[in-house]
Each structure stands twice: as C-alpha cells, then as structure tokens.
Design a protein around this ligand. Structure first.
Ligand code: GDP
Ligand code: MG
Length: 597
C-alpha cells in the first residue's frame, strides 16, 4: 500500500473517558465488522477486562476508510492499556504509530492518567488530536476542558473534535481528523526488512501470535525471519491483519501493521521491542528497543487447600504463556506451606492475575501482603534484591537498605486537597509540586512505592469520594531507615505477616496490626498473645482472651437441626482457616491485618 494512504494511531485517555467506546464506534462506522458481529468493546478481549472496564493487552485493528477526498485510507489503531501498571505496554505501542487521539471526557476534564499517557505520546513525537468525548452529557463543558488541556498539557486544543462516542455524534470528524491531521508513516520499501515486535500473545490454536509494525522492507508469508535480539530464526506460517479478527494477507510493506505466526512456543521467546528482519538479507541496525517490563510488586500466593498446589502450579504456567511480565517462583512458608512468590507490574496487575487464578481455574488462594523489591547493601559489598520480607538476612550483615521511590501525580478537586496531602504525608511522602487548573489541584509527591502498593488507591478513593485520579512512575532507589517487623501469634512467628517498615513507623504499625489481628482471629479455648517484634524485641502486644463456651451453647440444646447447621457452617469456615501451631487464622486476616486506617 502507498504510504500516503496509511495512518497509524493510538488512543490515549484516562480510564472511563471512552477510549474503548470510541474504538468500537470507529470500527462500526467503517463497516470493518458486520453489524451483527458487533459486540460492545471489541478490543477488550478478556472477560475480566470487560468487567472492570480496563484494557490490559495492547491490541490492534485495521480499518479501511473511504475519506471525503475520494481516497480510501488504511487506518491502523493500536489500542493501549490506560492503567498505570501497564505504562510499559503503553510506551511500546506508542513507538509503533505516528499519532494519537487524546480523548478527554468533557464532563470530567484532564485526569492523572490523561497526563501520564499524553506525555508518553509526546515523548514518542506523536502528532496529537484532542477529542472531547461525552458532549451528550448535560455536565459536559467542552470550552472549559479545552482551556484545561492547553493550560495543563500545553498543546493547542482550539480545533479539538467534539464527539459523543455513545451516540455516534462527531465520529466522521474524528475519521477525517485522523486522515488530515495525523502524518503518514515513512519507510523504504526497497531496504532490507526492519519490523518492530510490538506485542505477542498466546492463542491456544495458533500458538504465539506476534504483532508487528513494518518500518522498512516487505515481509511475506513463508519468509525465513530472524529476531535480532534473541537471534532465533523462524519460518512464517501465516501473515494476517486484524479486522479485528485475523484476515490472511500475502505481504506487509513499510508503515503497515499486522500479525504473524511461526510455530513459536512461548510468549517468552518473543521480546517486545525486538527487531525482526530477514535471515538471509538482514538490516544493518536494530531498532532501539524498549525497556522490558520488570515486576515491581511481589506477593505470595498459596492454595488454601494444600492439595491444590499442583493445580496452582499448572494454572500459573498457563497464565504465564500469555503474560511474560508476571513472574513466579516456588516458595515455602512455615505458615502457609507450599506456594509461589509472584511478581507483578503493579497492584492492578496483581489483582487481575489473582482473580483469573481464582475464577478461571477455580482455586481458593491466600494472598500475602504485597511488597516491593528492597535492595540490601551487605557489609561485604554485595547488593541483594529482597523480594520477600521473610527472607531478610541477619541485620548485622547489612550495611544499609534502599527502597524504590515514585513520582506520584494526583489530580483532585480543591475541597479534598487537605485530605490528600495528609494521606501522602502519612505515607512518608515529600511534596514536590502543587498547582491549580480551574477548581482542581494537581499535586506531585515523591513517595516510597512500598507505602503505595498496599491500600493507597483505596484510601485515596475513599478520602476523595472517588474524585481523585492518580498515576505514578518509579524514579529511583533511595536509602532509608527500614526494618523487618515480625508478627508472633501464640509465640510463633507468622512469616506471611512479616513486613518491611520504616523504623519510625514500626511501633504504630505494629500496634495497629496486633489490634486488628485480635479482632480477626477467632477465640480459641486458650488465650493467645499477639505480638509485633523487630529482631528479638517486642514492640507491641495484644492478648486474645480464651473462649468461654462452645459455639453451639447459644442454641439452648433443644434445636438439633439448628445445632447441626451451625456446626456445618463452622466446618465450612474451617476450609478458609490456616493452622499456625495451635492457632487457626482465617485466610482473610492476612490482608486485613495490614490495612492502615
Ligand atoms: P475507557 O475506559 O476509556 O475504555 O472507557 P469506555 O469506553 O469503557 O467508557 C466508559 C463509560 O463511559 C462506559 O460506561 C461508556 O458507555 C461511557 N461512555 C463512553 N462514551 C460516552 C459518551 O460519549 N457519552 C456518554 N454519556 N457516555 C459515554
Ligand atoms: Mg477501555
């Protein structure tokens, strides 16, 4: 295809501002999918994504658009995930296209993820077309939002396209803007093949499917190709474009986007950002490539029923076929038995994976508190990554400990600013910037990631009644006075409850955890001391008093069926319990104990 007839773009938006709805509308209006096949949110493949309204894997669609100038254009949309955890996937998809539609909900205005994502588009040198969505809503204020885009982002919004993705209003203007305001791709058809590996996923029937953007040269079905980074060579079985279902095609030239299969076994064999070229006639220089996605948040996943360990292992292996950014290593916990220490890109990623394991594989899991990777600088000069507080070596061997810090951007209506500042301050934050855009404040904080991975989002949402938006990026590792705090229940340390904390906060955290656990652990026939300790020193203590009567006593003996029911209920409850020495701790207590409110 003629380069002048191709436009490649992505859509950047804050979550819920209408990216998926707009994508659906573009697909529908151009007749890419027959009306009867049109399901809502075509690009959000997985159920979980649909339920949560988030897009996780970047995906792509090729649209043919007969423009008003009488020419037919090929528009390639690469869908990008909107959430902060998947910033890497956003950045890689941005490299594959020349422009972006910046979708902003005209009733909400610019939010934290709008900023994070648009900066990525600007970094990738994109031409940007602002699109104001939801103008059908009575609360829409397109004029105010245009000014806000100019003030906060600093791009011209005077000819922003005003649309309603829901009703279809303005969609033809979006299509025309894509054709006339976004640049055509560049590339040399006669040069050796140079294509970017944008994404890959596992398909149970086809094996690994690889999404590519051709920069130079031509790729054809049957070609013998080479991945420049891994050095592996493959013969292309199938070359196709996504409409969004796969439609076979004979070749892809410069500027084009498509997929191939080549009997690749695992997603791990395909490195995102790698350069694909011909084995026989390779290009001289590889593309710059991307930073790999590295897990930053770790937690333990253990089966509630120890007999499910093999099932959990299988499920994890299956999920990993499709998600190379999720890591898992076998772990044994004195308290929880056999399980896995798993690494995720962030909290949402963790939740998505855990949900899928529980739902799609029908597993009952105990999740230990999420933790970040600490860097231990040992006295002998070695630097060790600590993925699990339970593995903390002897303190006397450690010189100092570093933790990851983030730059967090929060946008919030004025009236909640005080609460947000307090929350950030309570989480060891250092304020870096505070500016206003209309009645909204934008505050930038330097925060320890460890203080954010746990329940920061939840707290932020609750103190701002859902009106704040949040985004972050990791900045650096920095030294602080960090210690490991252990929790002892009935004098037995419960490894799954140990956490790394700042020394100055340890006592308050310890006290809070002991108090919580006192409520979370059911009474036993004996009294149970609950303690928090640093090294051998106890810093907080509570005592759970002994149970006086057995549970059925309150049934006054008489009613046998009721008594039986109660016992059954208790038995069912047991499945969700874990035995620690003589004490049973409910599964829910592990996370609940760590919540800070
Ligand atoms: P995404 O998270 O950016 O992909 O947002 P979605 O496309 O999933 O849309 C989020 C919500 O906004 C959904 O409930 C949509 O139905 C709704 N929505 C999207 N566009 C419009 C619009 O133009 N007008 C109105 N009223 N609602 C819209
Ligand atoms: Mg979406």
């Amino acid at each position: 295809t003629d380069l002048d007839r191709i436009r490649n773009f992505s859509i950047v938006a804050h979550i819920d501002h209408g990216k998926s709805t707009l994508a659906d509308r573009l697909i529908q209006m151009t007749g890419t999918v027959a009306e009867r096949d049109m399901k809502e949110q075509l690009l959000d493949a997985m159920d979980i994504e649909r339920e949560r309204g988030i897009t996780i894997k970047a995906n792509s669609v090729r649209i043919e658009y007969p423009a008003k100038d009488g020419k037919t254009y090929i528009l390639n949309l690469i869908d990008t995930p909107g959430h902060v955890d998947f910033a890497y996937e956003v950045s890689r998809s941005m490299q594959a296209v020349e422009g972006s539609l910046l979708v902003v909900d005209a009733s909400q205005g610019v939010e934290a993820q709008t900023l994070a994502n648009v900066y990525q588009a600007i970094d990738a040198d994109h031409e940007i077309v602002p699109v104001l969505n939801k103008i059908d809503l009575p609360a829409a204020e397109p004029q105010r939002v245009k000014e806000q885009i100019e003030d906060v982002i600093g791009i011209d919004a005077s000819d922003a396209v005003e649309i309603s993705a829901k009703t279809g209003l303005g969609i033809p203007d979006v299509l025309e803007a894509i054709v006339h305001r976004l640049p055509a791709p560049k590339g040399d058809r006669d040069a050796p093949l140079k294509a970017m590996l944008v994404d890959s996923w596992y398909d149970p029937y086809l094996g690994v499917v690889v999404l590519i953007r051709v920069m130079d040269g031509v790729i054809k079905k049957g070609d013998q190709i080479k991945m420049m980074k891994t050095g592996a060579t493959y013969k292309l079985d199938r070359l196709a474009v996504l409409k969004p279902q796969m439609v076979n095609i004979d070749e892809l030239g410069p500027g084009e986007i498509g997929v191939f299969t080549a009997s690749i076994k695992q997603v791990r064999d395909t490195k995102v950002g790698d350069t694909i070229t011909h084995e026989k006639k390779p290009c001289a220089q590889a593309l710059p490539g991307f930073k790999p996605s590295i897990p930053v948040v770790f937690c333990g996943l253990f089966p509630v029923d120890a007999n499910d360990f093999e099932a959990l292992r299988d499920a994890i292996e299956k999920l990993q076929l499709n998600d190379a950014s999720f890591s898992a290593e076998m772990e044994t916990s004195a308290a929880l038995g056999f399980g896995f220490r798993c690494g995720f890109l962030g909290l949402l990623h963790l939740e998505v994976v855990r949900d899928r394991l529980e739902r799609e594989y029908d597993l009952d899991l105990i999740t230990t508190a999420p933790s970040v990777v600490f860097k231990l600088h040992m006295k002998d000069g070695e630097v060790r990554d600590l993925h699990n507080p339970a593995d903390m070596p002897d303190l006397t061997l450690i010189d100092h400990i570093e933790e990851p810090r983030i730059k967090a951007t929060i946008l919030v209506p004025d009236e909640y600013l005080g609460d947000v500042l307090k929350l950030c301050q309570d989480r060891r934050g250092i304020q870096m910037d505070l500016t206003y855009a209309g009645s909204r404040a934008m505050v930038v904080y330097d925060l320890p990631l460890a203080e954010v991975v746990f329940d920061f989002y939840d707290r932020l949402k609750s103190v701002t009644k859902g009106y704040a938006s949040f985004d972050y990026q990791i900045t650096e590792y920095r030294e602080d006075n960090l210690v490991k705090m252990s929790i002892l229940v009935n004098d037995e340390p419960v490894d799954a409850l140990s956490i790394m904390v700042h020394r100055d906060r340890a006592e308050a955290r310890g006290r809070a955890m002991c108090e919580k656990l006192k409520d979370l652990i059911p009474r036993h026939m004996f009294k149970i001391p609950i303690q928090a300790a640093i090294g051998g020193r106890v810093i907080a203590r509570e005592t759970l008093s002994a149970m006086r009567k057995d549970v059925t006593a309150k049934c006054y003996g008489g009613d046998a069926t009721r008594k039986k029911k109660l016992l059954e209920k208790q038995k069912a409850g047991k499945k969700k319990m874990r035995q620690f020495g003589k004490v049973e701790i409910p599964q829910s207590a592990f996370i609940a104990a760590l919540k800070m409110d």
